[in-house]
Unconditional design. Structure first.
Length: 73
């Protein structure tokens, strides 16, 4: 990939900002979402039908377990 000038990068960022783009998911992000789906399944909760309380519970469980596994690895 060729080197881009600062002005080119700022112009591209401005276009992306208007369009509302986000960065692509990292490998860790993908692993976390896969783990989150497993936790939803473990507690027999359907994400689209979950109440706020259920969703928050599953999210907290998934975050604590996922990052604990990462730290122990």
């Amino acid at each position: 990939m060729s080197e881009m000038s600062r002005e080119d990068l700022l112009r591209i960022e401005a276009i992306g900002n208007k369009q509302g783009w986000v960065a692509p998911l990292t490998h860790e992000d993908k692993e976390y979402f896969a783990y989150l789906r497993k936790v939803f399944k473990r507690y027999n909760i359907v994400p689209s039908k979950a109440t706020r309380l259920e969703y928050d519970f599953v999210t907290r469980v998934a975050e604590s377990e996922f990052y604990l596994q990462q730290a122990n690895a």
